[in-house]
Design a protein around this ligand. Structure first.
Ligand SMILES: Nc1ncnc2c1ncn2[C@@H]1O[C@H](COP(=O)(O)OP(=O)(O)OP(=O)(O)O)[C@@H](O)[C@H]1O
Length: 304
């Protein structure tokens, strides 16, 4: 479902250009990923991109172009038959250390995930454990990653996290089935935020939700990004939505990034024929919203 948001973008061209001057938090160079099936599928081909601190980078492209595979590769989440066949992914930690993501395994990899980079999937809300309450699931994250935290600290932080994502902290004692889809997805975002990651990868995080709930959650994500300055890789086939929320957009096709530019430039000056076709496939990109993006200024307060 395409969910064009009818109000202005939350990021302006100015903001997007300022992003270019920021330090990188993640660099992918010539990354290739194959599914070793018969015949093999080259899902990601020589992809290079830089994610800057605090930026929202949209990953656009039609189904099957390799967006999810690339995201898994970035977070070292690939499982056979998927195999990274080339390239490197470097995480530039805020303490100045460069981490070669491909070399991480075991405890080091577990520590890296959630702590440095966290991920929210489309179906994440269905991956909450049905037999323990929300509190126990948040506590699990802290017990694993912050063993020195006291029970009181865990409780305080859990309540704070729910508040941050717009869920009543009294819901800590609820089980997944007692929450709506939107609330469950918010809880998953709270979990992804739990350890203050520097990067969040969001793969169609709101696609399964209705438009009103989706808008509410997107608003929270944008606000949290402003507050905590994490960078976001936001994956969706929903180009109108990406134009609205992203600083820059990478357009993927058949495993390659065919164009990477600011949202405003992607919209007003698409360079690649495929980008033009993709834009044309969304009728909602004409009219009010379209002119909004073109001018880069808000005609009304964002309702997001
Ligand atoms: N387990 C697998 N085995 C073989 N091929 C796979 C596997 N998973 C994905 N692929 C193939 O890899 C390519 C990229 O898939 P991927 O899921 O990364 O695309 P996507 O852009 O995220 O699509 P969608 O928007 O539908 O999730 C596709 O051709 C897909 O068929």
């Amino acid at each position: 479902m395409t969910t064009a948001l009818t109000t202005g973008p939350l990021t302006t061209p100015d903001h997007a250009q300022a992003i270019e001057g920021l330090a990188p938090v993640l660099t992918a160079r010539n990354v290739s990923i194959e599914y070793e099936v018969d015949p093999p599928v080259k899902a990601v081909k020589e992809v290079s991109l830089t994610l800057h601190r605090g930026e929202i980078l949209g990953l656009a492209g039609e189904s099957g172009c390799g967006k999810t595979t690339l995201a898994y590769g970035i977070n070292q989440l690939l499982k056979p038959p998927a195999l990274r066949t080339g390239g490197e992914i470097v995480f530039h930690d805020q303490d100045g250390t460069d981490i070669d993501v491909a070399t991480l395994e075991g405890d080091a990899l577990r520590a890296f995930r959630w702590d440095k980079i966290s991920m929210v999937f489309q179906g994440a809300m269905n991956s909450l454990n049905p037999v323990i309450d929300i509190k126990a699931q948040l506590f699990d994250v802290f017990t694993t990653h912050r063993p020195s935290m006291t029970k009181t600290e865990k409780l305080e932080r859990s309540r704070e996290l729910l508040q941050l994502v717009g869920v009543d902290p009294n819901r800590l004692n609820s089980f997944a089935h007692e929450l709506s889809g939107g609330m469950r997805q918010r809880v998953m975002i709270a979990m992804a935020l739990a350890l203050n990651p520097q990067v969040m990868i969001m793969d169609e995080p709101t696609t399964a939700l209705d438009v009103v709930v989706q808008r509410g959650i997107l608003r929270e994500i944008m606000r949290l990004r402003e507050q905590f300055s994490f960078a976001v890789v936001f994956i969706t086939h929903d180009l109108p939505l990406l134009l609205e929320i992203s600083d820059r957009i990478a357009v993927m096709r058949h495993g390659e990034i065919v164009e990477l530019n600011t949202s405003a430039n992607i919209f007003t000056r698409p360079q690649h024929e495929y980008t033009r076709k993709l834009l044309a496939s969304f009728p909602s990109l004409t009219g009010d919203r379209g002119s909004f993006v073109r001018s880069g200024e808000s005609t009304e307060g964002s309702a997001l």
